[in-house]
Design a binder for this molecule. Structure first.
Ligand code: HEC
Ligand code: HEC
Length: 346
């Protein structure tokens, strides 16, 4: 190094020295300090948010009073019983009490935390005997209980079911059916995991009440009636499309991989099981099912190959053949999904 130069231009040396040792170091320090403080603030905010989500739990919402006039004719109650047998009993029946007193849901994804269904007998405190018809209606459509508590998707909501069917279910819930007789037994409370609570902030939201009354299509209009069963009453599409997370519950046909299967579900033993493609694909779907094969599998669970469908596909023993034939007619009208397509949407 030519020290002579430095001596000739001492001011330059001093400026450089000052710049490198003081200005740049202190800027570096400042940048470092700033970065550290920002990081710290972010960590504190994230931590506070996580603590908030975790302590507050699943959010509550405002409820709305809805005037519902339930007509309790014997026909309505019988129809409601048929619907409840298909839509509620498998989750709420406790084999120990033989009533709808609730149970541990071993088939729920463990990541959601332990889930228990509830006592929904007519018991005034342990069950839902003190709920009004309007409160039950509002909860079943939106997922919001009378106290404002939102119930996550581990209980499916009846977003698009017709008013007639909804009224029948409520009429049945009020009836003197033995499985609804007031009983005190109560399962433990569900303990939603942090993931469930977080999903209830970012993804899972209550449903809106339908803007217009919903009619059941006439059964002789086969395709329309079958579509109603698949999308709105029995919600086959929920399990049989690509994923619960990408299902469109307001407009089911817009769900990803609509009826193409591949949704991951759990058996009672907690084993993973994929829902099947129920479009008319000949290799992957039900394209080789005759109408009679289809009636048989839906009613009894017996497949043409001699095997039986496994839980959570519960056979619909109470459906009329005519109803199942309507589902078949509708499924024939739905765009066929190829295997690759349904696999890629998984
Ligand atoms: C897939 C299982 C499942 C199905 C099907 C189901 N439920 Fe539930 N239900 C649950 C679970 C789980 C809870 C409790 C969630 C919680 O911890 O808050 C619940 C909660 C309820 C509650 C709230 C009770 C309370 O005291 O908070 C009512 C009412 C209810 N269900 C009625 C019904 C009716 C009526 C049907 C049929 C139309 C039905 N459920 C179908 C799983 C189910
Ligand atoms: C709770 C979720 C669920 C619902 C609701 C559901 N399914 Fe399924 N379904 C499944 C699963 C999972 C399988 C695969 C069972 C197996 O592999 O044993 C299946 C199998 C089937 C099969 C047999 C296909 C084959 O050849 O393997 C048919 C047909 C079927 N479902 C039609 C329907 C129809 C129609 C509805 C509505 C009326 C419906 N499912 C409702 C989950 C469901």
């Amino acid at each position: 190094m030519d020290t002579g130069n430095w001596l000739k231009t001492p001011h330059l040396f001093l400026i450089k020295f000052f710049y490198f040792s003081v200005v740049q170091k202190s800027t570096m320090k400042k940048i470092l300090k700033f970065t550290l403080i920002t990081l710290l603030v972010l960590v504190v905010i994230a931590g506070a948010f996580a603590a908030f989500v975790s302590i507050r739990g699943i959010p509550k919402y405002d409820t709305e009073q809805v005037a519902v006039k339930v007509i309790s004719t014997p026909e309505n109650i019988a129809h409601g019983q048929k619907l409840a047998n298909m839509l509620c009993v498998h989750c709420h029946l406790d084999p120990a009490t033989n009533k709808l007193t609730g149970r541990f849901m071993s088939e729920m994804t463990p990541e959601f935390g332990p889930v228990y269904s509830k006592n929904i007998t007519r018991h005034p405190t342990a069950g839902i005997g003190s709920w009004t018809d309007g409160e039950l209606f509002y909860f079943l459509r939106t997922g919001i209980r009378p106290d404002g508590q939102y119930v996550p998707p581990y209980m499916p909501k009846l977003v698009n079911i017709s008013d007639h069917d909804m009224n029948a279910i409520i009429a049945f819930m009020r009836s003197d059916a033995p499985m609804l007789a007031p009983a005190e037994e109560e399962p433990a409370d569900s303990k939603p995991s942090f993931l469930t609570k977080m999903l209830c902030v970012v993804a899972f939201k209550p449903f809106k009440l339908p803007a217009e009354p919903i009619q059941t299509p006439p059964i002789h209009d086969k395709v329309a009636y079958g579509k109603y069963l698949v999308t709105s009453q029995l919600t086959c599409f929920g399990c049989h499309s690509a994923d619960f997370k990408t299902n469109d519950y307001y407009t089911p046909e817009r769900s990803e991989g609509y009826l193409g299967g591949g949704n991951i579900l759990l058996t009672m033993e907690g084993e993973k099981i994929l829902s099947t493609n129920i479009t008319m694909n000949k290799t992957d779907g039900i394209g080789n099912y005759s109408e009679d094969d289809f009636v048989k599998v839906i009613k009894s669970g017996a497949k043409p190959d001699g095997t039986t469908v496994r839980y959570p596909m519960v056979p619909y023993a109470e459906l009329e053949d005519e109803e199942i034939r309507a589902i078949y007619a509708y499924l024939r009208s739905v765009p066929v999904i190829e295997k690759e397509q349904s696999a890629s949407t998984r």
